[in-house]
Design a protein around this ligand. Structure first.
Ligand code: GLN
Length: 421
C-alpha cells in the first residue's frame, strides 16, 4: 500500500481471530485508539514507541467479527485540531486536492477511505473530528450518541464529549461498522446498553426535518449553503416534511466547548509525565524540572496551548467564571436541541461552513481554526448522534450534509442518509 496522502502513522495487517460480518475486511484505526502490540501514538512525540498492552473495546469487537486491522491513521495530536496539520508526523493530504487539508482530527482515516486504501475506518469525534474530515474528503462519517460506543481504550482528550465512530465510503458500511462497535461495555462507566442491529433501510417519507436557521448563518460559504439546500430539497422530494427551527443558544457553543475541552484535556494529559507514560525523565533533576523537560519536548504547540488554557480556567478564582459558566451554557444548548427534536425527527444543515482549506491556511490563527467547528460542536454538547454524508461539490471540493438525530436515534438518521444516498 503506498500512502501518498500521509494517511497512516503505522501500516499493519493484523487479522482478528474471529469470523463474522467483517471477515477479511480491512479497517484502519485512528491512532488514539489502543491496539494491543501495535504502536499507538496519538500523533504525538510523547507517545512515540508506546505499545499498548491491551485492545480498546472497539478493537476487540472488530477482531471478533474477523476484521483486519489495516494501520493506524494520522490525526491532530491527541485529537486537538480541525485539519490534521497538528500531527508530529506531518499533515495528511486531501485525496481530492493534495494542496488542501483533510480536515481533522480524524483526517488520516478520512484520507484512507477517500483515497481508496480501505473501505472502512474508525475515527473519534470530540467536537466534530469524524464529521469534519468526512465532509471535506467526501466520505460518510457517524458520530454516535454519547455512551453508545465504549470509550475503553480510547486515549482521552475531552471525555465528556467524545465517541468513536465509523468513517466509510457509503451509508450501508457505516451502519455495518456501527452495529459492530455499539453496545454496552462494563469497562466504560458511561456506556449504555443500546446495541444497533445494522438493519439499515431507506426511510425518509413522512419524517419531519428541522432546519435550524443558525446552520445557515454568518460565516457559512454561499457555495456550501447552496449544495446543502439542494440536498434538503431532495429530502423533501423523497417525502420529508421540512420545517424551520431555531437554536438560540448556539452562539455559546464554541466558547462553552473550548473552555470545557481544554479543562478536561489539561487533566487528562497530566499522565504524560515521563513516569506513567512518555520517555523516561532524567532522574537526577528535581521532579518538576524532569517533568517539564519531558512535556516540553513531547507536546506540540497546540497541545501546550490547550493545557495552559485549561489549567488557567480551572484554577482557584477562575473556576466559577469559566468552567461553571461553560457548564451552564452547555445546558442551554442541550435544551435547545431537545426542544427542536421534540417536534422534529431530525435536524439538517451543513457539516462544515466551508470547503477544505489549503494547507497552512487555518493553522496560522488558532481562533480561526476553532471557528471552523461551529456546526459540529453543538452536537457533542447535546450528546446526540449526527451523520455527515457527501452531498455535492462546491469550489471543486466535496460538501457534507449533516443529519442530527434524537438521543440514541442513530437508526433514524442512518435510514434517512441511506434514502438520500
Ligand atoms: N476541532 C475540535 C477540537 O480541536 C474537535 C476535535 C475532535 O473532535 N477531536 O477540539
Amino acid at each position: 500500500m503506498t500512502d501518498i496522502y500521509n494517511a497512516y502513522i503505522n501500516t499493519t495487517e493484523v487479522k482478528g481471530n474471529g469470523s463474522g460480518i467483517l471477515s477479511g475486511i480491512r479497517v484502519s484505526i485512528k491512532d488514539n485508539i489502543s491496539t494491543k502490540d501495535i504502536e499507538t501514538t496519538c500523533a504525538s512525540k510523547i507517545l512515540k514507541g508506546y505499545i499498548p498492552p491491551y485492545d480498546a473495546h472497539v478493537i476487540t469487537r472488530l477482531k471478533a467479527q474477523g476484521a483486519v486491522i489495516a494501520g493506524k491513521t494520522n490525526m491532530d495530536e491527541f485529537g486537538m485540531g480541525s485539519t490534521t496539520e497538528n500531527s508530529a508526523f506531518g499533515a495528511a493530504l486531501n485525496p481530492h486536492d493534495v494542496t488542501r487539508v483533510t480536515g481533522g482530527s480524524s483526517g488520516g482515516s478520512a484520507a484512507a477511505v477517500a483515497g481508496g486504501l480501505v473501505s472502512m475506518a474508525l475515527g473519534s469525534d470530540t467536537g466534530g473530528s469524524v464529521r469534519c474530515p468526512a465532509a471535506w474528503c467526501g466520505v460518510v462519517g457517524l458520530k454516535p450518541s454519547y455512551g453508545r460506543v465504549s470509550r475503553f481504550g480510547l486515549i482521552a482528550y475531552a471525555n465528556s464529549f467524545e465517541q468513536i465512530g465509523p468513517m466509510t465510503t457509503n451509508v450501508r458500511d457505516a451502519a455495518k461498522l456501527f452495529s459492530v462497535i455499539a453496545g454496552h461495555d462494563i469497562k466504560d462507566s458511561t456506556s449504555v446498553n443500546k446495541p444497533y442491529d445494522g438493519n439499515v433501510v431507506p426511510e425518509i417519507s413522512g419524517k419531519t426535518i428541522g432546519i435550524p436557521k443558525e446552520y445557515f448563518g454568518e460565516g457559512v460559504d454561499a457555495g456550501v449553503a447552496a449544495e446543502v439546500r439542494k440536498a434538503i430539497g431532495k429530502l423533501e422530494e423523497l417525502g420529508a416534511n421540512i420545517v424551520d427551527v431555531s437554536l438560540p443558544s448556539m452562539k455559546y457553543a464554541l466558547p462553552a466547548y473550548y473552555v470545557t475541552c481544554t479543562c478536561e484535556a489539561s487533566s487528562n494529559l497530566g499522565r504524560f509525565d515521563g513516569v506513567r507514560f512518555g520517555p523516561e525523565p532524567e532522574m537526577n533533576l528535581p521532579w518538576h524540572d524532569a517533568y517539564t523537560k519531558v512535556r516540553e519536548a513531547g507536546f506540540g504547540a497546540e497541545v501546550r496551548r490547550r493545557i495552559l488554557l485549561g489549567t488557567f480556567a480551572l484554577s482557584a478564582g477562575y473556576y466559577g467564571k469559566y468552567y461553571v459558566k461553560a457548564q451552564h451554557a452547555k445546558q442551554l444548548i442541550a435544551k435547545d436541541f431537545a426542544a427542536a427534536l421534540e417536534t422534529c425527527d431530525m435536524l439538517a444543515g451543513p457539516t462544515m461552513p466551508n470547503i477544505a482549506p489549503k494547507i497552512g491556511e487555518l493553522t496560522a490563527d488558532p481562533l480561526q481554526m476553532y471557528q471552523a467547528d461551529i456546526l459540529t460542536v453543538p452536537v457533542n454538547i447535546a450528546g446526540i448522534p449526527a451523520i455527515s454524508v457527501p452531498c455535492g461539490i462546491a469550489h471543486k471540493m466535496p460538501v457534507g450534509l449533516q443529519l442530527m438525530g434524537r438521543m440514541f436515534g442513530e437508526e433514524t438518521i442512518l435510514n434517512a442518509a441511506l434514502a438520500y444516498e
